[in-house]
Design a protein around this ligand. Structure first.
Ligand code: ADP
Ligand code: MG
Length: 361
């Protein structure tokens, strides 16, 4: 139904979307997740041309909507959009909010538009609010009206941009329930959301956005259960991290220890694990600084809230080779400590640098 090819969007020199490629078929429910600022809203806004893409193609039923001469208003009408902030017309009643589009833009007779509006209000559970004004409604009710208004335009796909993030927590579920119902009815939808449990069970596919691209995509079970790429895993596992850059041999170990202690305290890491993290950081830095050549080491501590696990990652420049094997240290005590206090040590070569991931036991 929609095919996105090499979509790019820059704001001046900021390249928000670099190369987005995606296919959305009729009846699919796609959740779009990812850290904030990674272009999720921009992607939705480019899809329905609220933002003009700077490159690429968006092909809908074989027609490139970015091509010159494309009937943009008609194409846009096929896509409904629901925003975080409802965007209802404040001076119109709920009924008027739901009939103005069909009457003015689709040329429907008013009585017919009113009849459809009542049916839509039934769908979202708000028939008794037909004559209320938006400011007489709760946030959850406003958002349900906004969904009904979107449906009144008979879209073929609905794009939701964080539909529940402006809501009081008690009202989130009433809105999600309406979206679930639409999913059951076979509505094609793309939903940007931070509600992970909801995304997990409502969507057929999930797009994880990062670095200006769809960094990883797959069936919901895979993305939430066993994602392949590290950034996706970190995001899904609610991994928090703390990083240090070491540019020479004269680093302040006590400052680093202090920061690790603070980080671990904040995330309620058991004190024994904190001590191990500090000890292994010290040994890992000793090993890395002892490598020949200039010192260029990035050490980070990662805490996965989901797995309650701590991992140390050390990325360093230098010739290819596991620093724990090539280490040029006077005795092996430090290396033995690292091995005995870790559950798993993975060495990889990434982007021309050596990388060690050390999972603490
Ligand atoms: P997300 O929805 O994933 O949080 P956005 O798509 O809102 O991310 O924004 C991605 C980046 O694009 C941000 O760095 C943001 O500052 C920038 N951006 C978004 N809209 C504009 C704009 N109209 N002008 C300039 N920069 C923008
Ligand atoms: Mg956004």
């Amino acid at each position: 139904m929609i095919s996105v090819e090499h979509l790019a969007k820059s704001f001046g020199s900021v390249h928000v979307l670099k190369d987005v490629n995606a296919e959305i078929s009729k009846g699919e429910v796609i959740s779009i997740i990812g850290p904030s600022g990674t272009g999720k809203s921009t992607f939705l806004r480019c899809l329905n041309l609220l933002d003009q893409p700077t490159g690429g193609h968006i092909v809908i039923d074989g027609q490139d909507i970015l091509a010159r001469g494309a009937d943009v208003p008609a194409l846009r009408r096929r896509m409904g959009m629901v925003f975080q902030s409802f965007n209802l017309f404040a001076h119109l009643t709920v009924m008027e909010n739901l009939t103005i589009g069909p009457v003015k833009l689709l040329g429907r007779p008013l009585p017919e538009a009113k009849k459809s509006a009542m049916e839509l209000l039934r769908t979202v559970g708000l028939t008794e609010k037909a004559h209320a004004f938006p400011d007489e409604l709760s946030g959850g009710q406003k958002q349900r009206v906004a969904i009904a208004r979107c449906l009144s335009m008979e879209p073929e796909i609905i794009l939701f941009d964080e539909p529940t993030s402006a809501l009081d927590p008690t009202m989130v579920s009433e809105v999600l329930a309406v979206i679930r119902k639409l999913a059951k009815q076979g509505m094609t939808m793309a939903i940007v959301t931070h509600e992970m449990d909801f995304a997990r069970d409502v969507s057929s596919r999930v797009f994880y956005m990062d670095e200006g691209i769809i960094y990883e995509e797959g069936p919901s079970e895979v993305i939430f259960g066993n994602p392949v790429r590290e950034k996706t895993r970190d995001f899904i596992g609610k991994v928090r991290s703390l990083g240090f850059h070491i540019g020479n041999g004269n680093y302040d170990l006590y400052e680093i220890h202090g920061k690790i202690a603070g980080f671990c305290e904040k995330h309620i890491v058991p004190s024994k694990t904190t001590t191990v993290a500090q000890l292994l950081t010290e040994e890992l830095l000793t090993v890395h600084v002892a490598q020949p050549g200039p010192v260029d080491v990035d050490l980070s501590v990662h805490y996965s809230e989901k797995q309650a696990a701590v991992e140390l990652r050390v990325v360093s420049s230098g010739p290819e080779g596991n620093p724990l094997i090539t280490a040029n240290v006077p005795d092996t005590l430090g290396l033995d400590l690292i091995r005995s206090f870790s559950k798993d040590i993975i060495y990889t070569r990434e982007g021309g640098r050596n990388k060690l991931s050390v999972q603490l036991a």
